[in-house]
Design a protein around this ligand. Structure first.
Ligand code: APR
Length: 253
């Protein structure tokens, strides 16, 4: 059996998958947007108005992410196991800017909202790995300009990254899994509709509670990601090992 004998899987992840690793979500009662306003820290206008405040917000999150206590959890590891074990393509599209999927071993991964451990120069567009605090006093190592370095993250009002690749994968997939996202932010919140319109893929939501778009999914399961995701992946891999080519996979047995 070759890789192309099996349908491809697209997994969309959000902040909920990293919650049990110790990182905050955004819209839960104890989430980030309950403590700071989006307009103050996560828009291009906020950055123009007060770059130090915006840099400070991301510096704190970057230091939080590299804290030794923050490690990939069983849900991240299960998705890496799925990529290794599934005979077709598995693509993770994450809205998360943390690096927990790659630390768990996932390789086919798109960070549609950017990456916290990278910075970008707005003058020369160079993207660099970065683990320290960033200030407006830093100069770009590539072009030498001062005050042009910003977090390599997508702010509200900016275009998410790699949308052509993501749309192609969604249209062709046989299974779309949405994990740990509240379904409030587009375009990611619209992916389930894209898969449905393409007419091929089974759609599954795994989340702590029903998302905004919960009724659009063919199958839903609610609970912590560290319980749901490993169990779902195990069933999928058991079934994948035995399966023949399938057009529309339906829920795992
Ligand atoms: N397991 C599974 N799901 C969980 C868990 C958990 N342990 N804990 C929380 N959740 C769920 C919440 O119920 C919620 O539905 O994760 C979801 C998190 O939703 P948001 O905080 O809105 O995060 P997300 O959907 O990733 O946000 C999308 O908004 O502000 C932006 O750019 C930011 O990428 C982010 C985007």
């Amino acid at each position: 059996m070759t890789r192309t004998d099996h349908f491809s899987i697209v997994v969309l992840t959000g902040a909920g998958i990293s919650k049990e690793s110790g990182l905050d979500t955004f819209r839960d009662a104890d989430g980030l947007w309950a403590r700071v306003r989006i307009e103050d820290v996560a828009t291009p206008e906020a950055y123009r108005r007060d770059p130090d405040r915006v840099q400070g917000f991301y510096n704190a999150r970057r230091q939080g992410l590299i804290d030794a206590a923050v490690q990939p959890n069983a849900a991240h590891r299960a998705l890496a196991r799925l990529e290794r074990g599934w005979p077709g393509e598995v693509l993770i599209v994450t809205q998360n800017i943390d690096d927990l999927h790659e630390r768990a071993g996932s390789r086919n991964l798109i960070h549609m909202h950017g990456e916290l451990l990278k910075i970008r120069c707005t003058a020369c567009q160079d993207v660099t790995d970065w683990r320290d605090d960033l200030t407006t006093g830093h100069a770009c190592r590539t072009c030498g300009q001062l005050g042009t370095l910003r977090p390599h993250v997508v702010w509200f009002g900016e275009m998410p990254l790699y949308m052509d690749d993501i749309n192609r994968a969604l249209i062709g997939c046989g299974l779309f899994l949405s994990i740990g996202t509240s379904g409030n932010v587009y375009p990611a919140a619209g992916f389930v509709q894209e898969v449905r319109l393409a007419g091929r893929g089974h759609t599954v939501e795994l989340n702590l509670e029903p998302s905004e778009g919960a009724t659009l999914f063919a199958e839903t399961q609610y609970g912590p990601a560290t319980d749901l995701v490993p169990a779902f992946v195990d069933r999928l891999l058991d079934r994948g090992a035995a399966a023949s080519p399938i057009e529309s996979p339906g829920p795992p047995a």
